[in-house]
Ligand binder design. Sequence first.
Ligand code: HEM
Length: 523
Amino acid sequence: AYVWPSPHDGIEDLLFLQSGYIRFGSLADQILTCDFGAGQPGIQKAAEWVRTAFHDAVTHDATAKTGGLDASILFELDRAENLGAALNNTLADISSDVSVKSSAADLLALSLVMAVARCGDLRVPLRLGRIDATEAGPLGVPEAHTDLNTTKKAFEKAGFSEEDMITLVACGHTLGSVHSVDHPEIVSGEVSAENIAHFDTTHGTFDNAVITEYLNSTTSNPLIINTNDTLNSDKRVFAADGNATMTKLKDPAVYKAKCEDAFERMLDLVPASVTLSDPLQPADVKPYISTHQLKANGSIEFIGRIRIRTTASTGINPNDITVALSYIDRNGVRSNQTIPTTMGTFKGGSSFGYLGENFNWFEFSQILPSSTGISAFDVKLTTKSSGAVTTFDNGGTGGYPINPYILFQQRNSCLETQNLNGNLTIVAAVHKSQLQDNSAPQLKLVHRTPFPRSFISKLEAESIPLERTSAESGEFTYLKVTTPLEVSSWRTSFDVELGEGEAAERLEYQHTSEVHDSCEALV
Ligand code: HEM
């Protein structure tokens, strides 16, 4: 069962909250339609995403259990086998979503899942937990001129049979095109961004026209009809087993199912060091805490939203429920008060995304006494018409946890964005019980440094001591640090840590996007 917070929360948001009231739609917007190319001639984003995942994954070594979908493509862009804008374009599309929680490799998997869902309603299970490579992997992506035997060996090395090879190529080459700017030897006519050759007559749909047109000899697939047979890789691959596989794929339902299966296995090619999660499912209840800080008057301000899954199959009617938080304070005592919520109503108050999932938002803004605070809460969902109450306790973990000892003081923190080397100031309110002499409070700030000639950033955490200030409020002391922050890291995350290792007290994964450009004075 889902437990919050999960390392996969960010990717779950990108997949399931594509539109509506609260949305994480920037990635999904790139493929609003299957043939969308953001106005760039000859570009089809959905096709680029599918091709990129293939080029990254296929250099997996199934015997040695190395390589695979690990975003090593980032270091392999100058190779002839990775010719074309598609690969770097895809990296640009995912770049702003790469974080310490969401690896570029997981985002490449996500982008294929989203692309084939948009283009052909395919359902490819999305497992997560991939780790990004830090250097290039081996060569080995087949090219148009690669002979059949070498091509088969490349797929075999990655763990694919001859039938898998034919299936994968037939599932990939239903979208997109060959570009004359990259392959003037394949696409006839002038070399221009607009001059491209599609694999089938329906490049904007994930369907098996690529198969039927091949089998009935009406194909204009540039990798089949080239006058230079050396460049006819699809012709060689499709005919490798005497058309047995292609004939099977003639049935659209078989094609879809086989493509889903082949893509799933392709995305799951990972090195031995990676353990993939179970396929991602939408969470039924998911909190989003936006503020947990001390106000100037010394009380705690606790603001956020609870997302409730209201897809028809849940049987939950958002207009027939109330949602409240039952909470435990810092001393482990359950409060006899609950925190009420109100359903968001802007844009109907709902969000939706992949698999037709629907969600509604229940918002709260509560003032709590700082002497007791909050350390965890359950979500109580009451059905108005029946009076039935369901309690969600975060998968039996004792509730949704809130660190009661370290508060991120958004109002006292700031990022000076007036000049390019502005300072970041982070203030945390720390409960005095946690401030022993050896607690060595640290800000663990993630720097985002773009890799050379790439859109993707290297993420490196810097530990910066947090200084105790003389400012106090009740049982809390304010800690503060001011540090220069380069512009590439303005949108980043940080942790506040007291003490070392297992015993450390941590406030994790806070965001600089929550602060203003001027700091409110301490108390
Ligand atoms: C024998 C193996 C393969 C060869 C030789 C091959 C070759 C090519 C070539 C030459 C292009 C044109 C690139 C350009 O001009 O931008 C291309 C595009 C493409 N390939 Fe493949 N490919 C192979 C397998 C695959 C597989 C297995 C997939 C997916 C699973 C795939 C997905 C795509 C897609 C979606 C495009 C279109 C990209 C776009 O429109 O930007 N290919 N391929």
